[in-house]
Design a protein around this ligand. Structure first.
Ligand SMILES: C[S@@+](CC[C@H](N)C(=O)[O-])C[C@H]1O[C@@H](n2cnc3c(N)ncnc32)[C@H](O)[C@@H]1O
Length: 277
């Protein structure tokens, strides 16, 4: 046995114990942030749902780009929608005749709205950081504008990797760090066990929903985290605006115009399609 074996193994033990304690502490911290975010969405769930009809960044930028990247072979497959909210993306998923679609969210009120709109979808109140599905449950995991509510993508992505079948796809959109880094920082940050630091921000979303989310230092840190979890990146895009499908009201037209001018140089979202091989 090497002389320094006991020293090295006790250091490893100390490090793994520290990691467990650290993860536990973060779990506790994140639970309180997640509960606050859930309360914000619950309070204004109806208003949030109604606001979607005029949300130009969703309607003419993020959703059309996500739709284009949904794999075309979902017939009879099982699909999980993380952070399904009021169900805005569900029609695009159901269209492909999957065998099973499950939507999870932390907001009970939003889940009720989604269930009313799409009764065939199984909805469940569940935190994406601690999902209770069995291993290899899903062929496709979809998540639109939710991952930035996590302060540790290693925990989030390893959980998704676990519940995904081999050959399955993950498609997600998230805040682009270059744009959202300039939003209101709370002064807090979280460094995970791999040394990745995300900064905490607050924002007021449409329908006056006040939320806390986390910003990566740059785009590379997002891509690296996806690869670190074991996924293979298929594509990572910065979506651009598409032509509105209807005549916009004055306010929406102004917002659309600002977005069309600003987004090419300073994109607000990042979309990643990846595969578990
Ligand atoms: C910006 S909304 C997006 C909703 C929907 N995907 C869409 O694009 O219309 C973010 C959603 O993520 C949910 N969310 C936030 N943190 C979550 C968590 N830890 N686990 C699951 N869902 C979460 C919120 O409740 C909310 O419904």
């Amino acid at each position: 046995m090497p002389q320094n074996f006991h020293f090295v193994s006790s250091q490893i033990f100390k490090k793994s114990t520290e990691k467990v304690l650290f993860t536990k502490l973060n779990e506790k911290f994140m639970t309180s942030i997640t509960n606050r975010n859930a309360q914000s969405y619950d309070l204004n769930a109806k208003e949030w749902d109604a606001s979607m009809a005029s949300n130009v960044a969703h309607l003419y930028l993020e959703k059309p780009a996500m739709k284009k990247l949904i794999p075309g072979d979902l017939e009879n497959k099982s699909v999980l929608c993380i952070g399904v909210g009021a169900g805005d993306e569900l029609s695009d998923l159901i269209k492909q005749n999957p065998r099973r679609v499950v939507g999870i969210d932390i907001s009970e009120k939003l889940l009720e709205i989604a269930k009313n709109k799409f009764p065939s979808v199984e909805v469940e109140k569940m935190d994406m950081m601690n999902m209770s599905f069995p291993d290899e449950s899903f062929d496709f995991v979809y998540s639109s504008l939710v991952f930035h509510y996590s302060n540790d993508w290693d925990i989030l992505l390893s959980g998704i990797y676990r519940i995904m079948k081999k050959g399955g796809h993950l498609l997600f959109s998230t805040h682009h760090p270059d744009y959202w880094g300039a939003t209101k920082s709370t002064g807090n940050s979280h460094t995970n066990s791999r040394g990745i630091t995300l900064t905490e921000h607050t924002a007021i979303l449409p329908a006056n929903i006040e939320v806390v989310f986390y910003n990566h230092p740059n785009k590379k840190s997002i891509i690296d985290s996806v690869e670190y979890a074991g996924f293979q990146i298929i594509t990572a895009i910065e979506p651009q605006v598409v032509k509105p499908s209807m005549t916009l009201g004055k306010n929406e037209q102004e917002r659309y115009q600002r977005l069309a001018e600003r987004n090419p140089a300073n994109p607000i979202f990042l979309i990643v399609l990846a595969r578990k091989s």
